[in-house]
Design a protein around this ligand. Structure first.
Ligand code: GLP
Length: 249
């Protein structure tokens, strides 16, 4: 696992976007693992610029998003489906619509939706580059502390910490769902390469715990120590707070 101080969100976002454009240019049949949240808000505009500048054909690119709130989906302002379309997919017409996968939180049969999602991921994977953010409690996707390292796509209960962190994005905070569909830790680990981005004071504690090196289901992101191609991109705000004397390597 490499920790890189990128100085700021700007450079980290550009780096992530450049790695993705390189991948899809070299391998048109790429499968991308995509994430949402504030962390990714500068990655996607950079990626759109690079796609447009290079007139990249995305028709054979497959994408899988990490998660979606139960009860939300297409047409809902606060859904990750809407986030992804507004921030990325609507900005280029060459995305093959049938290759874009965001879990459907409004599916009538959620257990079927989960099974199908994991099956599609297995069929169209492995993911070549997986983007990740991290929760203040160390979650990745919506895999909250205690999630099994073997977990696959499923419905999860959100913790109070996550509800508090994310409800600010909802016009009426009481509308924030308490459950989500999330790709599992096992599913995330099958990606060939993982780029995790983290910015700002609020994420410093999670990154500190991560560098301490203890692999435990209490810190879901710690599973990444078991992956051999992970980059953790942080800003200087986080980097300056890290206590390397507690690091195991
Ligand atoms: C959210 C999402 C994660 C995201 C993380 C960080 O709850 N489910 O996929 O990476 O938590 O969010 P943010 O980037 O808004 O801080």
């Amino acid at each position: 696992m490499k920790i890189l101080n990128m100085g700021n969100k700007r450079l980290a976002s550009e780096y992530a976007a450049i790695e993705i454009i390189k991948q899809v240019t070299e391998h048109p049949q790429t499968t991308l693992g995509l994430a949402t949240g504030d962390t990714m808000l500068e990655v996607y505009p950079d990626l759109i610029d690079l796609i447009n500048l290079n007139q990249t054909d995305l028709s054979e690119v497959h994408t899988f998003n990490l998660d979606e709130y139960v009860g939300l989906g297409e047409g809902d302002k606060d859904s990750y489906h809407t986030y992804m379309h507004e921030n990325l997919f609507n900005h280029n017409s060459s995305w093959g619509k049938e290759h874009i996968h965001v879990p459907n939180g409004k599916a009538e049969d959620i257990s079927r939706e989960i099974k199908d999602y994991e099956a599609q991921l297995e069929a169209e994977g492995p993911v070549d580059i997986q983007l990740l953010g991290i929760g203040e409690n160390g979650h990745i996707g919506f895999n909250e502390p205690g999630a099994s390292f073997e977990s696959k796509t499923r419905v999860v209960d959100l913790t109070e910490s996550t509800i508090n962190a994310n409800k600010v994005h909802f016009e009426r905070t009481e509308d924030m769902p308490t459950q989500a569909i999330s790709m599992g830790l096992g599913s995330i680990m099958s990606a060939k390469r993982i780029i995790l981005l983290a910015f700002g004071d609020k994420k410093a504690n999670a990154i500190q715990q991560l560098i301490e090196g203890k692999v435990s289901e209490e810190l879901p992101a710690s599973i990444l120590h078991q992956h051999d191609n992970v980059e953790i991109l942080v800003d200087d705000t986080i980097y300056q707070q890290l206590d390397w004397s507690k690091s195991q390597g």
